[in-house]
Design a protein around this ligand. Structure first.
Ligand SMILES: *[C@@H]1O[C@H](CO)[C@@H](O)[C@H](O)[C@H]1NC(C)=O
Ligand SMILES: [Zn+2]
Length: 252
């Protein structure tokens, strides 16, 4: 009796999971269905450090490319915390190239007011005005960046969120320019992607990108461009992290 009940529950859960995945996959087939600007739109990924794009945003970059969006990248620092800024700029350009963002579409800001340093609060207004100018010059329709927790809690990541939220709430963004933020998840989910999938499917989100195994290989290749950063714990991160496979995002 109990076995039958258990089996029924298992079948129900599996069916529900299957329908949910199919529904999400269906929604992501065209940008309009996903609530994104249409194909050919101009998306801007805003990051704080070289390697953020590969460590956290690869599913979004490859997913947007799948939806035929043009992708631009703006990085607010050279990642100079250990005086490796010059090397890291080159690594970022290589990684972006692997992810399908050619060098002319990548901008790296090298400004002492935006140091790569978790102990320094970047000035929100200055970040916001720099970002707004870049959005206008490049005629951007979609901005993608970190959420309020910045995935890792790094102050520089959070500074980007604060700036974009200020632009959004003050109505300063150009008409038709929307903002997506990358959902931060708890530590367990972050490092155990195989356990994370059921959670991700249950949680509310506006946009969901999951990579195919081929695309995961590309994300790993992008990550491996960051030679100067490939310490042992990052290698483990590449193997286990959900952000190398799954991104869930929300509109502001
Ligand atoms: C790079 O930017 C140009 C416009 O400056 C755009 O036409 C092109 O599609 C972009 N490339 C990608 C891969 O998004
Ligand atoms: Zn970072």
């Amino acid at each position: 009796m109990e076995v039958v009940a258990l089996l029924c529950v298992a079948v129900a859960v599996l069916t529900w999971g299957f329908l949910r995945v199919r529904d999400l996959a269906e929604r992501m087939r065209s940008p309009e269905q996903a609530g994104l600007p249409g194909a050919g739109s101009r998306a801007l990924l805003v990051i704080a450090h070289p390697d953020d794009e590969a460590m956290f945003f690869a599913p979004t970059v490859l997913g947007l490319a799948r939806l035929e969006q043009r992708v631009f990248l703006l990085c607010f620092s050279t990642g100079n915390y250990y005086n490796q800024g010059e090397i890291r700029k080159k690594e970022l350009l290589q990684s972006c190239d692997v992810l399908g963002i050619p060098p002319p579409n990548v901008t790296i800001i090298d400004n002492s007011e935006f140091p790569d340093d978790p102990g320094v609060q970047w000035d929100t207004e200055h970040v916001a005005s720099t970002l707004l100018q870049h959005i206008k010059v490049n005629d951007i329709n979609l901005v993608v960046t970190f959420d309020a927790e910045g995935v890792t809690g790094h102050n520089n990541h959070i500074a980007l969120y604060k700036a974009v939220r200020a632009l959004h709430s003050e109505g300063k963004l150009p008409k038709g320019c929307s903002v997506l933020t990358l959902q931060s998840v708890n530590v367990l989910r972050k490092y155990l992607y195989f356990l994370d999938l059921p959670w991700s499917l249950l949680s509310p989100q506006d946009v969901f990108f999951m990579l195919t195994s081929q695309e995961v290989a590309r994300a790993k290749k992008a990550m491996s461009c960051h030679h100067s950063q490939l310490l042992w714990f990052r290698r483990l991160y590449i193997i286990f992290s959900r952000y190398m496979r799954i991104n869930s995002l929300q509109f502001l």
